[in-house]
Design a binder for this molecule. Sequence first.
Ligand code: NCD
Length: 364
Amino acid sequence: MKDFIVIDDLSNEEIEHLFQIADDMAGIIDSGNPKIARDKIMATLFYEPSTRTRFSFESAMLRLGGNVLGFAEPKTTSVSKGETLADTARVMTEYADIIVIRHPMAGAAKVMADFAHIPVINGGDDSHQHPTQTLYDLYTIQKHLGTIKGLKVGLCGDLKFGRTVHSLAYALARFDAMMVGIAPAGLEMPNYVVQKLKLKYKQGFEYVDNLEDVIGDLDVLYMTRIQKERLPQNIDYNSVSGKFVINKELMSKAKKQMMILHPLPRVDEIAYEIDDDDRAFYFRQSAYGVRVRMAITALLLGLLKMPNTVRTQPSPRLVTVKKRCVNPRCITTQEVYIEPKFELVSDLMLNCAYCEELPVDGEQ
Ligand code: NCD
């Protein structure tokens, strides 16, 4: 495995092994000075705003004894002169040993990985996926509830434009958790995610109208904010925000062990009055991001290895067909040198290998 672009790049066994490494990293953080990444450089290329992802990756690399360079504002780089991702990738290959990229177009991290000769990690690509967030979402659940299998997980908020819930939904399905959606009208899970859950993982995706209807049954409630910056013009932010808010009154109906998770930043979907509740895990969750990102960084740099006994994830089955991606936010629509590719998800399903959207027939 060279890159980590989508959650399916890691098998369940690899994820479980990575969690053990993350536990070891916690020990390394406490004891101070690991230096296993001495002389290695991480480039953090953030074409979109971030607090946690960039700083926790940089913190992870510094705690591993490595160095970091990068940008948080692409306007200060040659991107503003029209440089392509492919050219940036080729150049960064000579300047760093590993790249973390966040980008406002879906599939951009895959393009970077295709052209860079060093490992690339997806730090979030538009509404597509955020696989390292998923790793520490799962790590937090596993650590505090002991298992993921058989849990009932509520996914609440913007399930359409939020990328964290997409990679998380696939992972939860793979680890045999049950899911229920709670979303404002128009912000339900995209069809391509629901289809993939159904055809690849044999899991349906159902909704309830209100948090009250389901809160007593949940083991985990995963809250998300409305992705205001990604809403299309026909969806008014005020008509979809503030619909689902978790507060003390609702928490009185929840199980004693129910965990509340949130990738953060929160806006108004979690009342501050429950921050002191033992079931509010979101700040512990974001703290775990550092050890989990240390683990994935060390693995991709080849500083640590998966044992040979750990089963690896099969590669996606790619095909070239006369189809085109319909997603205007797919990187293939912007960077014209990219040859469209499609992935055979199941015998009945083909999706864009960059953004996962279902394609339509047509000449490229
Ligand atoms: C998330 C993201 O960027 O997708 N933030 C994060 O990385 N923790 C969630 C969000 O912005 O809503």
